[in-house]
Design a protein around this ligand. Sequence first.
Ligand code: AMP
Length: 496
Amino acid sequence: MTFEDLGLSPEVLTAIAEAGYREPTPIQQQAIPVALQGRDLLGCAQTGTGKTAAFVLPMIDILAGGKAKARMPRALILSPTRELAQQTLENFGIYAQHTDLAAALLIGGNNMKQQEQALNGNIDILIATPGRLLDMVERGKLLMMGVKHLVIDEADRMLDMGFIPDVEKICGILPPLRHTLMFSATMPKEVRKLAERFLHNPKEVTVAPPASPAETVEQWLVAVGNERDKGKALRELLASDTVSSCMIFANRKKDVDTLHRSLKRHGFNVVRMQGDMAQREREVALNAFKSGEANMLVCTDVAGRGIDVFGVSHVFCFDVPVNAEDYVHRIGRTGRAGHRGRAYVFATPEDVKALQAVTRLIKRDLPHAEIDGVKTVSLPGIPAGKGPAANEAPEKAAEEATEGKAPRRRLRGGAKKSAGQETSPDADADAEVEADVTEDAKQSAAEKAPAKAEPAEKKKADSGDKNDGRVPFGESDNVPAFLLRPTFIEQDADAR
Ligand code: AMP
């Protein structure tokens, strides 16, 4: 099936061809014709399946004929998080570039005055988080009676974040005669109830989730004796030439700041994101990371949740997360849209309990990484898992496996630093990381609670590549064909 078969306009078809999309994804194939007919839709689809285009593309064509008015959007897209709302706006900008349609963003944290001013222009589509939207409506800055099209995106995440009452309120103030699309990665009964109340005879569409991190992310454990060695190990890994773009997670906002400072001092091109930063500062950091101006982002779980940055090659869990589920969210930032990624979790003997919760959740033991110049230790109660054999020299890995030894990952040679980076460790920075992080790690260890284990699908062992230049790291063959084709972003990157 092609995009032409779906009945989209020439303007939209041109935009998606320019975006490098060649064929619609399963959710697009099923949802677009239904949405174009004006029928309500309940879509069970996750991020990574192409769901944004599945609702934005038909919305563009449906709205193309009408006229926009100030403070009276004609369509509303509700997103659970600011970051998702921003990403949707970015996608809209790409898909609607050959039309006159305009969209505005209404999200918490951003300057209220500026957003209010944006509403004064003619807007067709409003992309909003529920709280800020209600705020604006209650202040009388926004009229909702023109909204004839509503999208509720990531409804299950709305539920997790406690936004369902706000969504219900919003649905209550919209015209009852409207076209509603709702997407959710899972269908808990609360989401289904919401659909029953606010959707009319919806067509239900379900697509398989994208490959899980267990399939696309090669996972390693870095077990060291103390916090100082964690810092050293991290820098060694970051300096390895396979790290093209990475996210580094720390448990606490303060640790994010400390790590960020330390890595900067060591010459790494790093930005940070944590909840205490002003929204503007966070946006600047995220944009720098997205554009490739900075290739490393240090963040907390909350700040890093939902960030969809194309081509993150590595995730580093500098701390074992307090909640095991966060580990899965963290490593899911790489290995996205069918590409391969690599994740490392750093642990000291103090982290054993939290680490056991992670391995219980993911139902596998992690292979132990060996890093040049860093003393690794074995942790009591943490058996070494088998490494992704195909990632190393296959014969050697097979040999080790038959000998019953866990394949261990060794970085080639010493740490490689790019021009301008220091070659000797910065003793002050090390001491700072050690002092600050140790202090907080103690508190964080005290807070660690065993996380509830969820059934995880049993996945076959990952068979990644060694990234030795033969196969580009980040490519894979166990994904839908459409995701393997170069997108416009990749083409841009190639051109840079
Ligand atoms: P989403 O699930 O909307 O977050 O989309 C996941 C990624 O897939 C985004 O980076 C999109 O740009 C990309 N994408 C969406 N539709 C297609 C398509 N038909 N072909 C190739 N890439 C796509």
